[in-house]
Design a protein around this ligand. Structure first.
Ligand code: NAD
Length: 341
């Protein structure tokens, strides 16, 4: 695997001011790339990339990817899209446009400038899966008219577009399917399990579990996930994906609530509420392909990742502005230096 071919390149990160995008931007800048962060700031914030503003190899552009844009870049990471059900259901039609028109615009740009392009798809393309764990050849069980469809079907259509642009136009496309990821800079009010449970536990409120809590989730720490994105982008052209990226360590939602209560030493109790429509009952990635083709697997133990995330939420809730740079942007992580030359 040649990690060197993107060293010192111009890299576009759409959705770069979001949770995952901001971590990715930091790692790319640290590894010597010139990063263009493109975002409409709908669910992301400038605060997430504040440490990079003013850096000579970083620029931020306010733009909505449903509209075309002309840029000169070598590689594109397409992350722009609200990721939590609360946010993507706020404006479902714009969510669909973001996935579909956004993919078309970014693929058009990649075609014009000959850039590599990576799509951050999602485990949601599997819907409420009937096979377990989910391998990439499983075609999914999505309700096309449900309230999650604007996200699930938008992401499925984007994958189709990525493969058609490769077949029809020879664009160097790559698709990863991301499973639940957590870490600092998750939004406190995004309604997702990790942020909900942590903020409730820290406030000493009841922890709300939807359904009986026996549905499972598998959580990947953000640093591991970013490693996977970088490895996928640097992989040979023939590695197209889709490749699952996530943590196969499965936990019931109820067990997860217990872990958070223990780590926060909270007095919170667990209470149950009815399960929302189309909420998947089980979700766990099969990451054999990522292991084989990218030599990738998550390294961060759940409790370590949770402690870092809890620490970050504690600072937020205490009104302490957390140090925005989570990596030293002037010094690359040893494994990322392979990207430079
Ligand atoms: N976090 C996860 O667990 C997870 C899981 C599966 C897939 N993903 C995918 O990874 C990507 C990033 O997710 P995240 O968790 O960082 O979400 P996020 O909401 O924090 O980040 C998304 C970013 O995209 C921006 N954005 C949204 N619509 C846009 C548009 N039309 N034009 C330009 N910018 C736009 C937002 O302002 C935000 O900064 C998303 O595509 C998401 O579908 C994330």
């Amino acid at each position: 695997m040649n990690f060197s071919q993107f060293g010192g390149k111009r890299v576009l990160v759409t959705g770069g001011a979001g949770f995952l995008g901001s971590h990715l931007c930091e790692r790319l800048v640290a590894a010597g790339h010139h990063v263009i962060c493109l975002d409409n700031y709908s669910t992301g914030t400038k605060a997430n990339v504040a440490c990079l503003l003013g850096h000579p190899r970083f620029e931020a552009i306010e733009h909505d990817i449903t509209l075309p844009i002309r840029l000169e870049v070598d590689a594109i990471f397409n992350l722009a899209c609200p990721a939590s059900p609360v946010r993507y259901q706020d404006d479902p039609i714009h969510t669909l446009k973001t996935s579909v028109l956004g993919a078309l615009n970014m693929l058009g740009l990649a075609k014009r400038v000959g850039a590599r392009i990576l799509q951050t798809s999602t485990s949601e393309v599997y819907g409420d899966p009937t096979v377990h764990p989910q391998t990439e050849d499983y075609r999914g069980n999505v309700n096309p008219i449900g309230i999650r469809a604007c996200y699930d079907e938008g992401k499925r259509c984007a994958e189709t577009l990525f493969f058609d642009y490769r077949r029809r136009h020879g664009v160097k496309t790559k698709v990863v399917r991301i499973f639940n990821t957590y870490g600092p800079r998750m939004q406190a009010d995004d309604g997702r399990v990790v942020s909900n449970f942590i903020t409730q536990a820290l406030a000493g409120e009841d922890i709300t579990v939807f359904g009986d809590g026996l549905q499972t989730r598998a959580f990947c720490y953000v640093d591991d996930l970013v490693d996977g994105l970088l490895r996928m982008m640097a992989s040979p052209d023939e590695i197209t994906g889709p490749i699952n990226l996530g943590n196969p360590q499965e936990l019931s939602v109820r067990e997860f609530a217990r872990r958070i209560i223990a780590l926060t030493q909270s007095s919170s109790r667990v209470v149950t509420r009815p399960l929302p429509q189309d909420d998947p009952t089980r979700r766990r990635p099969d990451i054999s392909l990522a292991r084989l083709l990218l030599d990738w697997e998550p390294k961060t133990p759940l409790d370590n990742g949770l402690r870092r995330t809890i620490g970050w939420f504690q600072q937020q809730m205490a009104g302490v502005v957390p140090p925005t740079a989570l990596v030293d942007v002037n010094r690359a992580k040893e494994s990322d230096t392979k990207w430079i030359h």
